[in-house]
Design a protein around this ligand. Structure first.
Ligand code: GAP
Length: 501
């Protein structure tokens, strides 16, 4: 589906819509409706089960969204968290430099200085995307953070956090004490981050308020024990930086073991890359051939990242591969900067007495982008029906409960709906329209199981006390005893967990 068509469907079904829609919307801001909010929560829950489930020493915390200025000064965001911005002197619209240069330089502008970008704009005679004028300004660095007047006097400056990661770094010393005084130690945060994007676009892909799920793994660079054999043979769809620089966009399937022995990646990195790939394939259920792990070159990645692979999915609605998450090996940059900024030594003493400033491996994930990817990759046509083939544990409403005839079977069906809800199974009671129409509504909402209560359920015949269970994907139907429903459905609503060995 094209982006506009997909967005129209999601808006009609109440998955999401522009914030302040009655006022014409607000650029880069979207609200989730009931289906979208539930889907996003389930994706976040599946992410937590998988990544925080990688170790007993990985924890989820919930820190504040506002950071005092000293923090973003120390982290480098005050100085460096910028995108090059170009203004049209004719129509006064502002653009991100890479969008202005999209046609003449599709590889983007990562690593180029504003002066170098300005030179390309001038040399190529680039025109304003809005009015076509060539009167484009010299690019200037535009800081993406939202600043706040903090407190009553307004004299203290603070910022909405531009990434959740910073909160994990700030919490490290406290978590070291709360935890087992051992490395590796993982600190995960799921919450909103805020960026004053110059050109919000592609709906959930470039928003000004968006959610991040990030796991920061603090480890001893000399010793990171891992059950690597569990991933050694896993073939990963990688596109290495050297290959891209040589002009190839072709993905290679390379085992995690080979990425270490001949590919030069550290074991800890290949291990988490393999688990990240498995998450997208086995948990989110994306087709393996639509996923790639793209290595960023020295020029493209942030200077503090020693290794960076982006996880990308091939999305029809957005015209190709798009970034959904990434793995950043950040070295000791973050604890080093906050150590300097706070004047506190953030190194820790390990058993045996060795002191170490932990390194950080960051697994970052964008729930909003992944909501969109779940729509792009799982929602489609099957003949004349529209079906959202979400894995059952991601389905916003996993069960539909229908009385065949409202007057005769409604009371029983309502009770069944309440009993399922009490057993922790979210469901939608629906008595309106033909059964066919009700199936169609639930197919579009991604509901994997529809239960119909009929005269056999409430009658005295041999099928007494059973309901029809209809499967969304196969449309197959079977009769199941009411007493067996929870036992049959509940296990299918639990997201997979990673094998630790
Ligand atoms: N802590 C590292 C970090 O913030 P990033 O590449 O800037 O790295 C990580 O962002 C992830 O957050 C991205 O892979 C993407 O999924 C999501 N993300 C970033 N900016 C976003 C935006 N403006 N709108 C929606 N999601 C965004």
């Amino acid at each position: 589906m094209k982006s506009d068509e997909l967005f129209a469907l999601l808006r009609r079904r109440g998955v999401l819509w522009p914030t302040a829609e009655i006022y014409g919307g607000a650029q880069g801001l979207y609200d989730y409706g009931p289906l979208g909010a539930a889907l996003k929560r389930r994706i976040e829950g599946a992410w937590t089960a998988w990544f925080v489930g990688l170790s007993h020493d990985y924890y989820l915390i919930d820190p504040a969204e506002i950071l005092p200025e000293v923090v973003v000064r120390a982290s480098g965001h005050l100085e460096n968290f910028t995108d090059p911005e170009v203004t049209c002197d004719h129509c006064h619209n502002a653009f991100r430099a890479d969008t202005v240069l999209e046609k003449v330089r599709p590889e983007g502008v990562d690593g180029l200085s504003p002066a170098e970008i300005g030179e390309i704009v001038r040399a190529k005679g680039v025109r304003c995307p809005s009015c076509g004028s060539t009167e484009l300004s010299v690019p200037r660095p535009f800081n993406l953070m939202f600043g706040l007047d903090f407190g009553v006097t307004g004299r203290e400056r603070a910022y909405l956090r531009p990434e959740t990661a910073q909160s994990s770094y700030l919490s490290f010393p406290r978590m070291w004490d709360v935890g087992r005084h051992a490395l590796p130690l993982g600190i995960a945060v799921i919450g909103r981050a805020y960026r004053n994007e110059i050109a919000p676009r592609q709906v959930l892909f470039r928003m000004r308020a968006f959610t991040q799920a990030e796991l920061q793994i603090f480890f001893d660079p000399e010793h990171f024990p891992l059950p690597f054999d569990g991933v050694r043979e896993e073939k990963l769809p990688v596109l290495r930086a050297a290959r891209r620089l040589a002009g190839s966009e072709e993905v290679e399937l390379v085992s995690a073991g080979d990425l270490v022995t001949s590919g030069g990646l550290p074991e800890f990195y290949a291990y988490h890359l393999a688990h990240t790939f498995r998450f997208y394939r086995d948990v989110l259920g994306f087709p393996a051939e639509r996923i790639r792990l793209l290595e960023k070159s020295d020029q493209e990645r942030a200077f503090y990242n020693r290794i960076q692979f982006d996880v990308e999915a091939d999305l029809e609605s957005l015209g190709g591969f798009k970034e959904l998450g990434a793995l950043h090996y950040r070295g000791d940059y973050d604890l080093g900067r906050h150590g300097q900024g706070s004047g506190k030594d953030l190194s820790v003493t390990l058993t045996g007495g060795r002191s170490v400033l932990p390194h950080v491996l960051e697994l970052t994930f964008g729930p909003d982008r992944n909501v969109w990817a779940c729509a792009d990759l799982h929602l489609g046509k099957d003949g004349d029906r529209t079906v959202w083939r979400l894995p059952s544990y991601l389905a916003p409403t996993p069960v539909g409960v229908f009385p065949l005839i409202a007057k005769e079977h409604g009371a029983f069906a309502l009770r069944l709906s309440d009993d399922l809800a009490a057993a922790g199974i979210p469901n939608q009671f629906d008595e309106a329209g033909t059964i066919g129409k009700r199936y169609a509504r639930m197919d579009e909402a991604g509901t994997p199981f529809c239960l119909t209560v009929d005269s056999e359920t409430v009658g005295d015949g041999p099928a007494r006390g059973t309901v029809t269970v209809r499967q969304r994907d196969s449309k197959a139907q079977e009769r199941v005893a009411v007493g067996e429903l929870v036992g049959r459905i509940a296990p299918l609503l639990r997201p997979p967990r990673p094998a630790r060995a």
